[in-house]
Design a protein around this ligand. Sequence first.
Ligand SMILES: [Zn+2]
Length: 233
Amino acid sequence: MIPLVLISAVVLGIAFLVYASYNVSSNVYVNAFCRAKTTRKVVALTFDDGPHGENTEAVLDLLSAKKVPAAFFCIGSKAETQPDVVRRMVRDGHLVGNHSYSHSAKFPVFDVDRMVADIAKCNEVLEEITEEKVLFFRPPFGVTNPLLKKALKSFEFDVVGWSVRSYDARAGETVESVVERITKRIEPGSVILLHDRLDDSEEILRRVLQWLADNEYEVERADRLLGLPSVED
Ligand SMILES: [Zn+2]
């Protein structure tokens, strides 16, 4: 008979490793910047998985109209086919970060060499388009593990996570449910995860910006909110 205490320890250990892998803010494997310590009413907006044609353009139009800066963690294979949208992000004053080239569902279990190659290819694409060094990385799916920890040793990124996850891309969500989830969790220093690839991306952003204005919150670019070195520094 295996003692119950040992079984409990193993179950707890596995639960911890799963938690550590799927929570970008756990900081067990990779040190990710996920929120700012501040009492100021200020947040950062971050968008993953673009660029995505008209949906991204609509988000950019709205950010531009409201004069709000954001960070876009782009997928290299998509950036490659839509360089104009990425160029516009930079021109509009937004931050462009690396979110891997393939964003493959298998990315978290790629071997280290393949992970490095995938991340490096995304850098190559983005740097060619933006003519700027890529300083920031966000892991696909927010998954961090020992493989990614090793892979990131080949780069000098600051890893940016989030503290407010919108689940805006989850099936069955509505604009209302997403906005409610986000606004309930906002606090000074929050980094909010959104996506610019959805048909509802612009509407969600519009309502979040309205909530932020109504509650006297300001929006800062993620690198500035988190006190990280910027391209311009
Ligand atoms: Zn993603």
